[in-house]
Write a protein that binds this ligand. Sequence first.
Ligand SMILES: NC(=O)C1=CN([C@@H]2O[C@H](COP(=O)(O)OP(=O)(O)OC[C@H]3O[C@@H](n4cnc5c(N)ncnc54)[C@H](O)[C@@H]3O)[C@@H](O)[C@H]2O)C=CC1
Ligand SMILES: Cc1ncc(COP(=O)(O)O)c(C=O)c1O
Ligand SMILES: O=C(O)C(=O)COP(=O)(O)O
Length: 765
Amino acid sequence: MTHPIYNFSAGPAVMPQAVLKEAHAHFLNYQQSGMSVMELSHRSALFEQILADAEASLRRLMAIPDNYKVLFVQGGASLQFSMVPLNLAHTNRVAYIDSGSWSQKAIAEAKKHVEVTVLASSADVNYSELPQVNIVEDTYDYVHITTNNTIEGTAFLELPRMNDKTILVADMSSNILSSTYNVTDFGLIYAGAQKNIGPAGVTIVIVRDDLIQTQPLLPTMLSYDTYATANSMYNTPPTFAIYMAKLVLEWLEAEGGVALMEERNRAKAERLYRFIDESDFYTSPVAPTSRSLTNIPFLTASPTLDKQFTQEAAAAGLVNLEGHRSVGGMRASLYNAMPLAGVDALIDFMSVFAKKKSIDGGVARMTHTYNIKTYNEIAPQGLGLLSPTKYRLNDQTPSDAILLRSYNLQEEILPDSVLAIARAGAGVNNIPLERCDDAGIVVMNTPGANANAVKELVLANLLTIARPMIDGANWVEQLPNEDIATRVEAGKKRFVGTEIYGKTLGIVGLGHIGRLIANDAIALGMKVVIYDPYVSVEAAWQVSREVERVDELKQLLAMSDYVTLHVPLLDSTAEMINADSIKAIKPGAVLLNFARGELVQTTAVVAALKNGQLAHYVADFADEHLFGQAGVRILPHLGASTIEAEENCAIMAAKELSHFLETGNIRNSVNFPRVELPYRETIRIAIAHQNVPNMVGQFTTKLAEHQLNIGDMINRSRGKIAYTLIDLDKTSTLTHCNQLISDLSSIAGSIRVRVIQPVKSLQPN
Ligand SMILES: NC(=O)C1=CN([C@@H]2O[C@H](COP(=O)(O)OP(=O)(O)OC[C@H]3O[C@@H](n4cnc5c(N)ncnc54)[C@H](O)[C@@H]3O)[C@@H](O)[C@H]2O)C=CC1
Ligand SMILES: Cc1ncc(COP(=O)(O)O)c(C=O)c1O
Ligand SMILES: O=C(O)C(=O)COP(=O)(O)O
């Protein structure tokens, strides 16, 4: 566990650490009295001061006017269910707002003594929202409201409108001091201490003077008058609870008071609710307009999962998350002393739990919030396409996908959860393709998205090598200013260049970059020779008819004044320019490499530069053999570094990735076939498997055994890998999803099985 225990109990609840530490210090010896704070006589000056301090602090925090008494009572908030009607119901007509279990209890208790009118109730919707209260016209001795419904998680953060004469009585047990209320709106407020005030054992009653009446027939301990007259010291008060309350109240003041607490509580609640609302795994039973800031109930799809959740959460140090025994599910109580870090720890756990129990990534996914790990800086235009309702970037949970540029993943462990890797760029030699094949991870890149950027850089280098303009400019820069025009004219002959017009450019690789260069070089008057044994029909169509094709690399090398490389780095292309092939190069040629450093054996290049076989080597990749060599120009891998290319690549990669994650369709993969089956939001099974006979037959047989009917399907292969998408017909439901995944996965040759379904209420088995 990387965090302390976080206690989400609804009460007794988490207390501020600072308070517990202070109490700890006073436990054995309170203010040099030699006695524990618990041993103090309630009649001692020391305790009287504690009581006075507690009251004073509460008065400051809630701005309690002088005409209100603060009473410290025992018997819990539940005793107030009786004391309120016994003390305030003079005409026997009282009214209650029924907003949850605790108000029901209050009503039941009042009914034993007086006639109760229920003004409004949301019992018919299981208290999932607050009842609508119309303006009270009739007169009652009081109207009772529960400001925060601890069990159901609703709260009257704004009070319903009442007529001026109504005396409002509030059970504020679970949100006193965590939301701002105006005391003068109430005739009486009561609250059990054990949530926001201190430990269990004391109940605070704030009551307007004029409502306290002497009632000789009322049992002494049930009369507010008794407490008001004796300053809560008619009998022995709960001294330790009051002492703790004093510390908590003073802590609250030091923290900035109720308004600040409310702000923090709102931030905590909003964060948790945002997560729940965006998740398809968890649901909130509470209507958004009625939500409490302090008690947040939530559910998974089944009581079994709920139970697993609370058990596993407790093991992870997140305790007391069980919902109230009357409603089940989960409930996170976020009182004042719960730090934001506790909420974050809870969200992290919820996210991991959802992923683990979901029906995707080979296991089971019921959430459609994908976690994407990014490496390198990815242009915001692309990241912005990954809507926060569906995607999370770099959170603590296992990643569903990786989005990167040149970051080297070769030595990294790929978590089992990873379904896809998108390279915002062309080269994928930084990705462990073989491991991805074995794990059924789809690797995609963004062909063409940065091709123009590379083309412009190659042409710029072609021209700046042919014409030594950079050297010329550098030379001018260091000349003395005096008589500069004459000096420049006299010295310029050192920088005579050649023209590229009429020269031959050999292009190795007629892909997205090669073909753009070919056409522009033709336009600039160059002769163009191509070597690409695997040239695509698309490239052939797009390239000028004036290019000449050769079948051997050496042929190209022998014909070209300039050679430029635009092939991927593969086993078959590594060191394609080596000690042997370089001999074929036309003497005095220029070699440009904006593809990958490893395509060229640099020791051979250095030797060729030294013996004059090569005039220049221009590379976008550094290498220690090249460093400081005459005739070498090295750029810091700038080929794709333009604003336009970075945006294009990021946008394309984000689109490919989300398309795959949300529909299973595959575009621009370098290891999987292209597969597109229109996604109609039915249950879709995506299977990566070996390209061997009878795989599809076995899959469909398995589906038949599960009584599942196929609506549509597609199968494609590429090399040793094949991919099958099966859409179940739209009436199908999956009740044994994990079993199906397990059955399909156990077929020999099956690599990875995923189920994509937009269903919230799926029951895992
Ligand atoms: N310097 C930089 O910042 C950038 C570098 N690149 C590098 O350039 C490479 C090419 O990029 P694109 O043109 O976008 O890729 P592409 O995939 O569109 O084109 C590659 C071409 O190489 C050909 N080819 C494959 N093996 C060959 C062989 N043995 N001999 C000759 N031709 C062969 C293919 O048939 C294909 O036409 C990338 O793989 C990447 O390594 C790409 C973008 C930016
Ligand atoms: C709103 C509300 N009212 C009353 C009570 C009962 O409090 P006690 O157990 O102190 O009687 C609770 C307890 O959680 C509560 O949340
Ligand atoms: O797209 C490619 O292959 C590149 O080499 C570009 O790399 P980069 O995204 O600039 O790190």
